[in-house]
Design a protein around this ligand. Sequence first.
Ligand code: KIV
Length: 275
Amino acid sequence: MRNKGSTPTKPRVVTTKTVMTMKKTGEKIVMLTAYDYLVGKYLDQVGVDVILVGDSLGNVVHGYETTLPVTVDDMIYHAKAVKRAVKNALIVVDMPFMSFQTSIDDAVRNAGRIMKEVGVGAVKLEGGEYIADIVRHLVKIGIPVMGHLGLTPQAINKFGTYEVRAQNKEEADELLHDAKILAKAGVFAIVLEKIPATLAKKVTESVPVPTIGIGAGPFCDGQVLVVYDMLGLTEEFKPRFVRRYTELAEIMRNAFRAYINDVKSQHFPSDKESY
Ligand code: KIV
């Protein structure tokens, strides 16, 4: 059990059902990304509800400019490392670009690989009404799906920018419609990325499934950040929605500088650090 408005009292195993119940009880859903064993372990130890193995790993781990080059094999490789560490959190794995958009068959094959080879709880798909049939089918065969609307990085070449989405009425209406269609198709939650807070509030109040915001204001049922952003590792990336909880890049550089000094000045290793 957890107390509403407080930190977890005791670890619990989180499932898609738990996440859906949290909307009803009003307990905020905490989601962060992880791409490796140790980060997965620390997130799980402190009681993060949902760990997303996001295709943002293409940017922050592999150094690609977009998420488009990320493959299903990449996702499985990173998700397996996270899975080895996690005992309680729900792990959700992103379906990368072109792994599901092509056909229901491709979506089933690739989502099936992720579920079978990694053993996670759900997959996440970017897109609105046009992927509803795919979502419906995956859910029907037992693969839980998280939706993702608003700024969908896999569609960067369509939009050309990473600006706030759905700022005019037409796009806002379309997003609300997409959210309702996805909920009907069976998603258990929807990520809302970089949209006005008032629209996120309207969506959150209009769909029966939880919304998880990133740059979507305080009214969503939960929040997600890319872990490297909130740790201050992606220094040049400074959108206003990222709160940096520490400055790990500077802490790391200082440690590397100290090591360089110690080795060059022959202060490392000491007698105590030798055999
Ligand atoms: O890939 C990712 O990390 C994501 C989050 C930004 C929601 O999709």
